[in-house]
Design a protein around this ligand. Structure first.
Ligand code: DGL
Length: 288
């Protein structure tokens, strides 16, 4: 019997964990944040794979037969190799799932124009993972991506709701919209970004609202839909457990969650409360 493990480079996966626990509060969970080595977004494929595999192995050792990579960067750069090379040899009865495929599955249903924007870390954008997944599922879609290198540091440092964040949010949105004025759906392809949602909505509104009095009207829709991933990942996991009762039966149902971080537990506790709106305790863990 075991628990569901949720992994992220830092705090971002807490937005995924929160949605999963709201939908399936009965299960027991372990959250692991590699805060000491975050951000992952600008790291190479090899390094993200190595760090992610270490975290997955730790979650297996802590008793999780099922691990969710609640991190787009890890899902983009490490998931396929873990699923195809590591698991069959070293842990054939364990499963690791990511966040990109479930998000790609819903976005084609939500977009009317099939012009889709992706905001994510440099690593996720460069991997082209969203483009590949969406085109596979919805051929003919137009997908443009914009890396937002400052957004994760703003969130990790607790600056996401400060006035200074507005500049960086607006700058990345402007660059995304300039690539394709027909975008009607934007994926927040990084689990940290929901914390910036208020600022993203505000800046998007300002950028896309036509300016009156004969001044130039921007050629973009004011009806752009923003997709944070949490609810879709939670629905997808729920569906997975229904389709795999053999895995669901291996999971304990006590409604608990334990938190581990590779950095200071005190700092983790303080910052996690911003994501979860709840008081938690955390333990320090090492991965290498
Ligand atoms: N939260 C992670 C993601 O979804 C990455 C943040 C980072 O470590 O750069 O991509």
């Amino acid at each position: 019997m075991g628990r569901i493990g949720v992994f992220d480079s830092g705090y971002g996966g807490l937005t995924i964990l929160d949605s999963i626990r709201k939908r399936m509060p009965e299960y027991d969970y372990i959250y692991l944040g590699d805060n000491a080595r975050a951000p992952y977004g600008t790291r190479s494929f090899d390094v993200v794979y190595e760090f992610t595999l270490q975290a997955v192995q730790k979650l297996f050792a802590l008793g999780c037969p099922l691990v969710i990579l609640g991190c787009n960067t890890a899902s983009a750069k490490a998931l396929r190799s873990i699923q195809q090379k590591y698991l069959p040899v070293h842990a054939p009865d364990h499963r690791v799932l990511g966040v990109i495929r479930p998000t790609a599955e819903v976005v084609g249903q939500l977009s009317h124009t099939r012009h889709i924007g992706v905001l994510a870390t440099e690593g996720t954008i460069k991997s082209q993972s969203y483009n590949l997944e969406i085109e596979k599922l919805y051929p003919g879609s137009t997908i443009v991506g914009q890396a937002c290198p400052m957004w994760v540091p703003l969130v990790e440092c607790g600056e996401f709701d400060k006035p200074g964040a507005d500049y960086f949010v607006r700058d990345s949105l402007q660059k995304l919209l300039a690539q394709d004025p027909l975008i009607d759906t934007i994926i927040l392809g990084c689990t940290h970004y929901p914390l910036l949602l208020d600022k993203i909505s505000q800046q998007l509104h300002d950028l896309t609202t036509p300016i009156p009095h004969g001044r130039e009207v921007q050629d973009v829709s004011s009806q752009i839909r923003i997709i944070p991933q949490g609810q879709y990942i939670a629905a997808s996991l729920d569906d997975y457990l229904h389709r795999h009762p053999e895995m669901a039966q291996r999971l304990t149902r006590g409604g608990t969650c334990q938190y581990f971080t590779t950095e200071s537990p005190t700092r983790f506790r303080e910052s996690a409360s911003l994501f979860l709106h709840d008081e938690i305790t955390a333990q320090r863990i090492t991965l290498n």
